[in-house]
Ligand binder design. Structure first.
Ligand code: ADP
Ligand code: NI
Length: 219
């Protein structure tokens, strides 16, 4: 539908402007990858592509790290949606997208499961972008942006609380990234996640070998 295409174009512009030059993992290309993956999964799962694409595009605008509060962020998304999707038939679309965005984040694993197929698809797409080669790159980019060290031998598993500033980036693999493959909602995402998970395991194995300078042995 022509109107849908226009709304998507406007959402792209809005998101680019909102995320601007963010370097903590929420840049435009993250959004673009999540949108593409959400559309791919939507096609395979029979989810509504418009809801998935729009929710994927807007999902990080409300992130609490980029706003004064989560509520303020959601408010921003709400007012954008009601301005660009006006009229009765769109009310359910607006509330659906709002509910996806407000509940999809990882939150230390404590959010309830997604209830709609579109929510499951968008959450899987976002989580797939946190693992694999891209996930590794994003984790170190994020850690660097927060001034964290990559790795402190002996301090990576000390059970420091989620998102504590003292954590290393390698710790983040254990507190979140390596858990994501078992949290996928859809079949296709589960398959992709397995492959991306292996990439992270191989990466960590090689990382520790190089750290100890034992990577030349038995090579
Ligand atoms: P998302 O966009 O998936 O909701 P987050 O806002 O949680 O992701 O984080 C953005 C990116 O930064 C993700 O790739 C995530 O894994 C990474 N990240 C978040 N917290 C940390 C951390 N403590 N250390 C390293 N990387 C992190
Ligand atoms: Ni995201």
């Amino acid at each position: 539908m022509e109107q849908h295409k226009m709304v998507i174009k406007q959402a792209e512009l809005f998101v680019r402007e909102q995320l601007g030059s963010d370097r903590s993992g929420h840049d435009w290309w993250h959004i673009d990858r999540v949108r593409k993956m959400a559309l791919e999964l939507a096609g395979l799962e029979g989810a509504d592509p418009f809801v998935c694409e729009l929710a994927a595009l807007l999902h990080d605008v409300a992130d609490e790290k980029l706003n004064e509060s989560k509520e303020a962020g959601l408010e921003k998304v709400d007012s954008w949606l009601s301005m660009h999707l006006s009229g009765n038939p769109y009310e359910p679309v607006i509330s659906h997208i709002r509910s996806i965005i407000s509940t999809m984040s990882y939150n230390g694993g404590s959010n309830p499961p997604m209830t709609t197929l579109e929510g499951k698809v968008v959450q899987d797409a976002d989580r797939l972008d946190a693992i694999g080669a891209i996930g590794i790159a994003r984790a170190f980019a994020y850690g660097g942006s927060k001034g964290r060290s990559m790795h402190e031998p002996g301090k990576d598993f000390t059970g420091i609380s989620y998102r504590s500033e003292e954590n290393t980036t390698v710790h983040h693999f254990y507190e979140k990234l390596l858990k994501l493959k078992d949290l996928m909602n859809t079949e296709h995402a589960r398959r992709l996640a397995q492959k991306r998970h292996q990439v992270m395991e191989q990466f960590l194995e090689q990382f520790y070998k190089e750290w100890e300078a034992v990577d030349g042995r038995n090579a």
